[in-house]
Design a binder for this molecule. Structure first.
Ligand SMILES: [Zn+2]
Length: 401
């Protein structure tokens, strides 16, 4: 309550009020704002380990075990505080929004905890160990968490949501990659024998789409399905020791299903489009009715996805069963909605696949904007038929009344 009152003061009014973002706001918000935190992070990434090993000589503490156990415990604490901060932010209500107060608070905290990291007193080993533990966790689990958690909650990025896999031609890859240089072999957890020897470019597990561009070698991988179909040989990427998305089995099963009906299919894409997701909560999850509503929302829809949209009920993701269910739908549809989760799309190119999902999302957005209002007009079934026949697409006739 007191915090709320303080935050309502004029000095904290940092919201952009002008219609277009001014250059000053751009420089302050996007350049100077994150610059300090990122600089500090760069310094830590470079010097903190050197400081811990060469200056404090922590390598000898607990017979060397301290430097092994300490980062693991710290990551666990970090994970827990991330969840707690998200919970707190979601329940914060001020005139400045839910995230901004914490963003402001994180600035001095980052500075203070950042200094504490490098000012370990020259006391007994026990005091030093406690200081390192506390300061390190204060910095990463508290101050830094507030900062990054806020970036997500301001809507700039949605964590590691989404994944893409793209079938590659050996000819395309040969000039860039050594096709015999296997870095690692990663088990698949199911039999992908129909794809043995095929190459895929696939996003990594836990990786953020926003980072792909800046560091593709870490966030992406090129893999080749082994001859027995049980594993994938890593030829390039996942530099930090990572692996492909946990949805890769679902992707591969979808590739197998799509290739059987369209030998030119190359891309499988999974994402969490907001309005499509919102529609899941208020619309019947029957694929005939769901498709019909989408077709009614934009004239282009029946032409773009004439076969309609498959819909799966809510299922546990990352499993073989959701992969099998998706692949079964992919025999009839290039688009499969995962209820209350997101959507799968398949196509010949990235553009086609993205365009399919984009068109569903547009229709869902119009639905969400109008669903609560009296409907005075709509595209009639006869008009949908006329459209599909004019453009010569093979539409699901049984999805019309
Ligand atoms: Zn997902």
């Amino acid at each position: 309550m007191m915090c709320q009152k303080i935050m309502d003061r004029k000095i904290f009014h940092s919201r952009v009020k002008s219609e277009d973002v001014t250059p000053a706001e751009k420089w302050l918000g996007y350049l100077l704002g994150p610059a300090g935190a990122l600089l500090l992070n760069a310094v830590l990434a470079t010097y903190l380990n050197v400081y811990y090993t060469d200056v404090l000589k922590l390598t000898t503490v607990w017979g060397g075990a301290f430097l092994v156990v300490f980062p693991i415990i710290s990551k666990i604490i970090d994970a827990i505080t991330n969840v707690i901060m998200g919970y707190i932010i979601d329940r914060t209500r001020t005139a400045q929004g839910k995230a901004r107060p914490w963003l402001l608070l994180s600035a001095p905290l980052l500075t203070v905890t950042g200094i504490l990291l490098f000012t370990v007193p020259s006391a007994s080993e026990t005091v030093q160990v406690i200081w390192v533990m506390v300061s390190y966790n204060l910095f990463y689990s508290f101050a830094y968490t507030i900062f990054t958690a806020n970036m997500y909650r301001l809507g700039w990025d949605e964590r590691n949501g989404g994944n893409i896999s793209c079938l590659l031609d050996e000819g395309e890859v040969r000039e860039y990659l050594d096709l015999n240089g296997v870095l690692r072999t990663i088990p698949l957890g199911f039999n992908a024998a129909p794809l043995a020897g095929r190459l895929f470019l696939v996003t990594g597990t836990g990786k953020y789409f926003k980072n792909m561009d800046a560091d593709p070698e870490n966030n992406l991988g090129v893999v080749r399905i082994t001859s027995d179909g049980q594993a994938a040989d890593l030829l390039w990427g996942y530099r930090d020791g990572g692996r492909f998305t946990s949805e890769f089995p679902a992707h591969l099963m979808s590739h197998i299903a799509r290739l059987a009906v369209d030998p030119e299919n190359r891309v499988v894409m999974h994402t969490h489009p907001t309005h499509t997701l919102a529609m899941n909560y208020i619309h019947e999850l029957d694929e005939k009715k769901f498709t019909h509503t989408l077709w009614e929302m934009c004239t282009e829809c029946i032409v773009v996805f004439p076969e309609g949209v498959g819909v799966l009920p809510w299922m546990l993701c990352g499993t073989t069963s959701i992969g099998e269910a998706t692949a079964a739908k992919m025999k009839d549809f290039r688009l499969v909605v995962w209820a209350m989760h997101g959507i799968y799309g398949a196509g010949k190119t990235m553009d086609e696949t993205f365009g399919l999902i984009e068109t569903v999302e547009k229709a869902a957005q119009i639905y969400m904007l109008t669903a609560h209002l009296p409907r005075r007009n709509t595209i009639q079934d006869d008009q949908l038929r006329e459209l599909a026949e004019f453009f010569g697409v093979n539409y699901r006739k049984d999805f019309l009344l």
